[in-house]
Every structure is written in structure tokens, then in C-alpha cells.
Ligand binder design. Structure first.
Ligand code: MSP
Length: 622
């Protein structure tokens, strides 16, 4: 089998034209795939014991609800930016959602965790070796410094990882060496001469067609990667080579058997397209005279293991590989990755796994990139957005909400500050915060008790007009929307459309505000029994809606959701997704919150960022 350079791996500019072509070819339907019908009228949403209705789509997770989520491990050549944080937050939201779903009912004894979530830093390779030299540091000093920055950022941003792996750790070395040994024992590695272009920044090989010559600052022509613009150099040496070419059919089979293996769909099509092209064997080591900063090939210390093989095995290391416990976790693994590293994850990694006699990952969720004023973020352009500044300025929950609400996996998204302020003020401060404020105000609810629902004012059969029935068709529409919301949100999470889940919540928040506005509880007279019953019913329905919103927002805005739920008096043990059970009184069931004291008022749910408009609004209202 001739060894040629595998294509460079879909950096943003590489993947997009192909992706666009695929999309063009398929029309819009791919992106607008209809979701399974959600229960609407009369649906109780999720209730204790009854949640997992038939027809509910779901990932093929382990029977016991175990799931393992991973972020890519981050290069330590430079400080983290908001793109890295976005990758981590997507994974965090999925992991948190999964935990809420798996939340065990309260009972004695600590329950074993069913959800694992790992991240870490990718510390070996030429890129790091060169970055350290440029910074006048040893590689290990650079790794310690930048790895700590990633760790601190994720901690600050509430990224709820259960494991932070550094590829320089001993447990990882053991896993990589074991994995290498398995591949070798299965006859999948051979030694051969590799000759071709290598891009250290992208840590990948490039075929001739992906290399261009451009004049450098001194006017002299230099070879560089066509898409990323990073310098490349010619390499010729004897390496270990993995028989990747044998895996074309098994990979196709895997993608065909499991249409959700790579999600969203356009990215799966891109991978299938790659499988139609040349799939040469893959060089998986370097001579250590070029690359000393890495793991040596077992039994051949003159060769260093290719950094991508080293890095990908991190996903096994965190499951306990090679110890047998990894078998419990591995088949449940969901990778969250950026589109630039799709080929590594959806071709090389599954092929390596199949080669080692293991199954490919359960899911690969792919997202696009953040640009700044339409441009790719880069140190050389000086437009890198610092995530700490953003967390500071917009608050942790605010910035998490922004990135996840605006980030659409299928497309690149553009970042600018005004957009953040506008979104957060409209959706968190005004719509959600305003709703909570209004309905817990002592003027409307002087006792501070979760008010009573009056079934005769809001009969469960729509259309009753006899007093004291007061509910109008729009009010029933609200109940239907909020009843259907949890299942809708779950569907969106399953399809890696967190932004749509947030949009759906936001639409319901708006609908609830209209409900309050329409029924104007402030115009009702508490002294009059009929008015008082309806007033309490309007407040009860609104607080129930807020409870559902709070529960569903937990994976994205954990602190804000906690504040909201605590204000409503919802206990910690009542915050799992199984506990949603929206508006039980409407369905003739007891409501555990009714008559319960609300939690203390701890101030605005989300203070407006644009204070000038807040002031203006005040002036107008006086
Ligand atoms: N070290 C490899 C991953 C190895 S995983 C076995 C790597 N590291 S990275 O630091 O360059 O990128 C980590 C993640 O950040 C990738 O998912 C990448 O797509 C993502 N992002 C980098 N820039 C980004 C944006 N501008 N926007 C969104 N995500 C971005 O690749």
C-alpha cells in the first residue's frame, strides 16, 4: 500500500465549502428535519414515573442511564479564548442535562454518578515544542502555565467536569502505550518511508494540492497550508504507519447503521464524502530528532507517537482504560468537537478504535466556530476575545446563556458586544426577570405563599364559559405550550440544538408574560372572592411556568436557575427532570408547592446590562 499524505483536516475553511456544497445539494430540509411530534393538548409533560413515554427519541445510552461526555483536549500553545469556552460549554450543558435526567429519586445513601464529563489539555507535539521555544520556556513550563489557565477558566465558567486530563500524566502514557501495543499486536502498524508536507500548527499532513507558496515578510516565497495559512515543511523519514485504508468500509457501515453517530447531519455527509475520496494509510509516529516532546513508541525510543493518536486516546484514559472498568463507560461516550477537527474524530479515531477491536464513540457532536466582526479569531489579527473579560462583564450565567443561545452548530456565529447586551437584557433581565418580579411582588401576593389554583376558574375542559370559569383560549394555549416544552427541549438536546431549546424556553417566557398582561392580576380586587380566586390562579399558573423554565434552564444558567427556583421555594430534591410535572392541579393532581412559603427575595434575577435603558424606562413610567 503506497503511503501518501492524508488530506489536511478540515479547518474551518476546508470543511465549509464542502459542507455548503452538501447543503446546497440537499436543500434546506436537512437543517429543518422535523422533530417527532411532542405531546401537546392535555399532555402532562414529564411526571414522576410516567416520563418515558413510548416514541420518545433518545440516544442509545447504556441501559442504566450512564453517559460520558468529552470536550476536545485543548492545545496549550496559547491562552484560552471564547471559542474554546464555547466547545466546553456545549459539552457542559449536555452533561448537566444528562445528570438532571438521571437524577435519582431522593433516598438513603449516595448514588453512584451516572454521568461523567471530561476535558483537559493536549500537551505534546511539535506545536507545543515550538511555542515553548518561542516563549523561552521549557515545554513542561509552558504546559503547566497554560493548562492551569484552562482549568481556572472552566472552573470560573461553571464547566462541571468530573475529570481534567493532561496528556503528560502517567495514567495517560500507560493508556497510549497499551493502545499502541494492541494495534501492533493486531498487525495494523508497519514501518515505512513517509515523505510529504507537514503543518506543525495544524499538526497534520498535507497533500501537494493543499500547499501554496506565498512571499513572507522578507519577500522570500514560503510554503504554507492553503486554508489555514500556517507554515508547512517537507518531511522525509521512516515512520510507523497505521493501515487506515483498510477501514473505509467499516467506517461507512458505522455511519450508515447509526445516522446520528455524527450530528448535525451535514457533518455526517461531509464525513461520508471524505470516505469516497482517497483514504491513504496514516503515519502515526515521528523521528524523535524532529519531535522529542511526546510519548516514545514502545520498544522504539527513536520514534515519538503522533500527537493526534496520543491526544485521541485521552478519551479512553478518562474511562479508566486499559483497566476493565472502561468497558462500562466507553460505549456511552459522546464527543463534542469543533468542525476543524472532524476528520480526526470521525475518521481516524473510529478507525483506530475499530482496529483495536473496540466500538466507535457513541456520538460525535460537531459545532462551528465563533468569528469576531466576521473574521476568524487569531493572535496575529489581534482580535482574540478574552473569555475572562466576558464572564466579568456579562456574568457567568449571562455569558453562558449568550454563547449557547446564539451559537448554532451548523454555522459560524459572529461575536460582538452589542449583541450580547441586547440579548441578555431582553431575555434574561426583562422577560424572565420581569416575570418573576411581577408575580412574586408583595403587592400581588402579600402573604408570600405559593398561591392556590382554582380548578373551576381554569377548568381542565376548554370552552366552559359558566362562572366562575375565566380562562380564555389563549390561556389554554399557554398551558399546552408549557406542557409540551420539556419534551421539546429534550428533543433539541438529543439533536444537539441547545440554541433551539433556549429559543423554545424564551418563546414560552414571552407567552407567559402575555398571559399575565392579558389577565392583569393587578386590576383584580383581593376583597372580592371571585377576583381573589382568579388572581391566585393566574399567579399559580405563572409560578408553575417559571418553575418549568427554571428547571429547564439549569444546564445553561445554573446559578440563575438556582436563584429562580429558590425564590419559588423549590427544594434541591425537586429539581430533576422527572420532577417537572407541570401544573398538576389542572390535571386533578395535588400540587406539592401550593400553600408553601416562597423563598426569600434575593434581588433582581438578572440586572440589566444596559443601565441607560433601564433609567430611561424608569423616567417614562414616572
Ligand atoms: N488539541 C486539539 C484537540 C484534540 S482532541 C483529542 C485541538 N485543540 S484546540 O485547542 O485547537 O481546539 C479545541 C477546540 O476549540 C476545538 O473543538 C476547536 O474547534 C475549538 N475552537 C477553536 N477555535 C474556535 C472558535 N473560534 N470557535 C469555536 N470553537 C473553536 O484542536
Amino acid at each position: 500500500m503506497p503511503v501518501s499524505a492524508p488530506t489536511c483536516l478540515a479547518g474551518a475553511p476546508v470543511a465549509l465549502p464542502m459542507l455548503r456544497a452538501v447543503l446546497r445539494g440537499l436543500g434546506h430540509s436537512v437543517l429543518r428535519r422535523p422533530h417527532r411530534r411532542v405531546s401537546a393538548s392535555g399532555s402532562r409533560g414529564w411526571c414522576n414515573g410516567g416520563g418515558d413515554g413510548e416514541g420518545r427519541p433518545g440516544p442509545r445510552r447504556a441501559q442504566d442511564g450512564r453517559a460520558c461526555f468529552t470536550t476536545p483536549i485543548f492545545y496549550v500553545n496559547a491562552a484560552p479564548h471564547i471559542g474554546h469556552l464555547y466547545s466546553a460549554l456545549l459539552a457542559d450543558a449536555l452533561a448537566r442535562f444528562s445528570r438532571l435526567r438521571a437524577k435519582p429519586p431522593p433516598g438513603p445513601g449516595p448514588a453512584a454518578p451516572l454521568v461523567r464529563f471530561s476535558t483537559g489539555t493536549d500537551e505534546h507535539g511539535l506545536k507545543i515544542q515550538q511555542a515553548a521555544a518561542a516563549a523561552g520556556l521549557t515545554p513542561s513550563e509552558l504546559c503547566d502555565r497554560v493548562s492551569a489557565q484552562f482549568r481556572a477558566l472552566f472552573q470560573e465558567a461553571g464547566v462541571s467536569v468530573s475529570d481534567f486530563l493532561r496528556t503528560t500524566e502517567a495514567r495517560h502514557r500507560r493508556a497510549v502505550h497499551h493502545f499502541w501495543g494492541v494495534l501492533r499486536a493486531r498487525g495494523l502498524l508497519y514501518k515505512g518511508l513517509y515523505e510529504g508536507w507537514y503543518c506543525a500548527s495544524d499538526e497534520c499532513f498535507l497533500p501537494e494540492a493543499k500547499v501554496t507558496w506565498r512571499p513572507g515578510p522578507d519577500g522570500e516565497s514560503r510554503p504554507e497550508a492553503l486554508e489555514s495559512g500556517h507554515p508547512v515543511c517537507w518531511m522525509k523519514e521512516e515512520n510507523y504507519i497505521f493501515r487506515l485504508s483498510q477501514f473505509r468500509e467499516p467506517l461507512r457501515q458505522w455511519l450508515q447503521d447509526d445516522p446520528q453517530a455524527v450530528t448535525p447531519e451535514p457533518f455526517r455527509l461531509v464525513v461520508l464524502q471524505w470516505l469516497e475520496e482517497d483514504l491513504p494509510d496514516l503515519s502515526v509516529s515521528r523521528g524523535n530528532s524532529h519531535l522529542y516532546w511526546g510519548l516514545p513508541v514502545p520498544g522504539d525510543p527513536m520514534q515519538t507517537i503522533y500527537v493526534w493518536v496520543d491526544a485521541l486516546v485521552n478519551y479512553l484514559t478518562v474511562t479508566g482504560y486499559p483497566d476493565s472498568e472502561h468497558k462500562v463507560w466507553w460505549p456511552t461516550t459522546h464527543h463534542i468537537i469543533g468542525k476543524d477537527i472532524l476528520k480526526f474524530h470521525a475518521i481516524y479515531w473510529p478507525a483506530l478504535l475499530l482496529g483495536a477491536g473496540m466500538t466507535p464513540p457513541h456520538r460525535i457532536y460537531v459545532h462551528s466556530h465563533w468569528t469576531v466582526h466576521g473574521q476568524k479569531m487569531s493572535k496575529s489579527l489581534g482580535n482574540v476575545v478574552d473569555p475572562w473579560t466576558c464572564l466579568d462583564r456579562f456574568t457567568v450565567d449571562g455569558f453562558r446563556y449568550f454563547l449557547l443561545r446564539q451559537g448554532v452548530p451548523n454555522w459560524d456565529c459572529d461575536y460582538y458586544e452589542k449583541k450580547v447586551v441586547k440579548l441578555l437584557d431582553a431575555e434574561l433581565a426583562d422577560a424572565l426577570g420581569g416575570l418573576l418580579n411581577r408575580c412574586t411582588a408583595t403587592s400581588l401576593n402579600p402573604t408570600g405563599i405559593f398561591p392556590e389554583f382554582c380548578p373551576s376558574c381554569f377548568p381542565s375542559v376548554e370552552g366552559v364559559t359558566v362562572a366562575p370559569a375565566k380562562a380564555q383560549p389563549e390561556d389554554y394555549a399557554l398551558v399546552r405550550s408549557v406542557s409540551a416544552l420539556p419534551l421539546q427541549v429534550e428533543n433539541y438536546y438529543e439533536n444537539f440544538q441547545i440554541y433551539k431549546a433556549l429559543e423554545a424556553v424564551s418563546t414560552c417566557v414571552r407567552q407567559t408574560n402575555s398571559f399575565v398582561q392579558r389577565n392583569a392580576p393587578w386590576k383584580l380586587n383581593r376583597e372580592n372572592l371571585a377576583d381573589a380566586q382568579w388572581l391566585d390562579t393566574v399567579l399559580h399558573v405563572t409560578l408553575e411556568c417559571l418553575r418549568v423554565f427554571g428547571l429547564l434552564l439549569q444546564p445553561v444558567t445554573p446559578a440563575l436557575a438556582d436563584k429562580l427556583l429558590s425564590r419559588l421555594g423549590i427544594f434541591e430534591t425537586e429539581r430533576g427532570l422527572r420532577d417537572i410535572c407541570f401544573l398538576p392541579r389542572y390535571y386533578g393532581q395535588p400540587c406539592p408547592f401550593e400553600g408553601r412559603r416562597l423563598g426569600p427575595d434575593t434581588g433582581l434575577l438578572f440586572p440589566r446590562l444596559d443601565k441607560s435603558r433601564a433609567r430611561l424606562a424608569k423616567v417614562h413610567s414616572t
